[in-house]
Design a protein around this ligand. Structure first.
Ligand SMILES: NC(=O)c1ccc[n+]([C@@H]2O[C@H](COP(=O)([O-])OP(=O)(O)OC[C@H]3O[C@@H](n4cnc5c(N)ncnc54)[C@H](O)[C@@H]3O)[C@@H](O)[C@H]2O)c1
Length: 459
């Protein structure tokens, strides 16, 4: 039986809430903290503030077992915890670097709460937020300063970096079955505590109905603070690079008459390359890739290093968005007075997250050019409507398609992949253009249904 810890998780968004619920499920006592009172009230009432498959059930089970609670009171949680995770937002700042305002506020408060506390063991402060290299030391300094503001210079804590790799849309699954757990610290004792905390995950010994396959141990990578922080940025930058790479290849395929789907299959079978993240289309967006690639470029420039490759990865991505508009203009000629349906608004399927969603950028570009834009999403519609009042949001794909001269597949939700293309075609106005921004539909079936199909990198 693994040891059970008292854990605090500060920030109850996509990462904090899922992490807290997962740690409670594997046997720890977890208090999730958030400064947003409405969000905490909602959680206490059993309502999820975000859409994430499997989360509501996981949360309610742990709450019913008395292992998971929600609060706005950080000091109380710090005093009662062995380990405190920081999982607050680190958005892109005006200059492109990561804005550490939320992390800094939490670190100071932790210092304040630690001041004068009698502890048996040092508090392990775990940074799960994605932060620039050196943030571990920064957090450490702010904890000391927070304590000093309360007349207490000598507080006992260790700082650990534990980058998070979960994917929105499968965050619960990813938390239980991670490819690896990365921990960075300058001290052995904190890493030992973390190994014990994560033992049920590392050894895959927790109860689950999610994955009946025999479960192999999860690699546990320990390193120094700076390397752990860098691993997160390098991972996201690599994935963004892979997508921009296949988009560049797709654009050349269109010119030479090759089919990028076959090319992706052919290169992806090479084990050195791998088949994932080789789907061409409108490019990457979301709450992580754009800000993390931007932060990494910013870090490089701080050291007078020109991140040429990363700069190009971003340029290719920006061009992919413009290619959607060009494809529409090619067949519709003028966009003024045309009705365009955006199928899918979330930045990817199975989430309600619209942060840096390609749909918003495409909708803005279309509205500026005089088009009427109607968007459909099974989950993210309301959030998108709040962000973009010029976008008419409907809650049925057929309503979006009705009277549309063109439709763009922006997010490949299952119901959009499974659209009855004949029915779609019957609802649309000529030229019945379908721009498949994710190469998610079958081109031949779309053409048979009477649609003017345009994919990316293929006929
Ligand atoms: N979303 C993802 O898929 C993902 C994946 C890996 C890593 N990350 C990283 O994890 C971090 C959190 O991301 P997220 O998507 O969960 O963010 P989020 O915006 O969904 O949630 C952050 C939460 O922190 C709360 N918060 C902010 N300041 C606070 C404070 N001082 N005290 C208490 N609560 C506070 C906010 O109210 C909010 O609820 C970011 O650094 C992000 O880059 C995110």
């Amino acid at each position: 039986m693994a040891e059970s810890f008292s854990v605090g998780v500060v920030g109850s968004g996509y990462v904090g809430l899922v992490t807290g619920a997962c740690l409670a499920h594997i046997g720890h006592r977890v208090a999730c903290v958030d400064k947003n009172e409405a969000l905490v009230d909602q959680l206490r009432e059993g309502r999820m503030p975000i859409y994430e498959p499997g989360l509501e059930d996981l949360v309610s089970r742990s709450v019913n077992r008395g292992r998971l609670s929600f609060t706005t009171s950080l000091p109380e949680v710090v005093r009662d915890s062995d380990v405190v995770f920081i999982a607050v937002d680190t958005p892109q700042g005006d200059d492109g670097s990561a804005d550490l305002g939320s992390v800094a506020a939490v670190a100071r408060s932790i210092g304040g709460a630690l001041a004068g506390a009698q502890r048996k063991h040092p508090l392990v402060v775990v940074n799960k937020s994605t932060v620039p290299v050196g943030s571990g030391d920064y957090v450490s300094m702010l904890i000391r300063e927070g304590a000093a503001e309360n007349d207490e210079g000598d507080v006992d804590y260790r700082v650990v970096s534990n980058p998070e790799f979960l994917r929105e849309g499968s965050a619960v699954y990813d938390s239980f079955f991670p490819d690896r757990i990365v921990l960075g610290s300058e001290g052995r004792d904190a890493l030992d505590t973390m190994r014990e905390l994560y033992k049920p995950l590392i050894e895959q010994t927790f109860p689950t109905e999610m994955d009946p396959r025999p479960r192999a141990a999860v690699p546990f990578v320990t390193t120094d603070l700076a390397s752990a922080e860098m691993i997160k940025y390098a991972a996201n930058a690599f994935l963004a690079t892979k997508i921009s790479f296949i988009n560049e290849i797709a654009n050349v395929c269109e010119l030479v008459g090759a089919d990028v789907s076959s090319v992706a299959t052919g290169i992806g079978l090479d084990a050195r390359i791998g088949s994932r993240f080789l789907n061409p289309g409108i490019g990457w967006g979301g709450s992580c890739f754009p800000k993390d690639v931007s932060a990494l470029r910013s870090i490089a420039r701080e050291y007078d290093y020109e991140p040429t490759l990363l700069d190009s990865v971003v340029s290719v991505n920006e061009r992919q968005r413009r290619r959607v508009i060009s494809k529409l203009q090619h067949d519709l000629h003028t966009l003024k007075g045309k009705r365009v349906a955006l199928l899918g608004l979330a930045f990817k399927p199975n989430t309600d997250d619209i942060r840096e969603a390609p749909s918003l950028e495409i909708a803005r570009a279309l509205v500026t050019r005089g088009a009427r834009v109607v968007g459909y999403d099974p989950v993210a519609g309301k959030a998108a409507a709040r962000r973009l009042p010029d976008l008419k949001v409907v809650f049925d794909p057929h309503e979006a398609l009705s009277g549309a001269h063109a439709a763009v597949v922006v997010t490949e939700w299952e119901d959009i992949r499974g659209l009855d293309l004949k029915e779609a075609s019957s609802l649309m106005e000529p030229p019945k253009l379908l721009v498949d921004g994710r190469n998610a539909l079958d081109a031949a079936s779309a053409r048979d249904a009477g649609l003017l199909y345009r994919g990316f990198g293929r006929e």
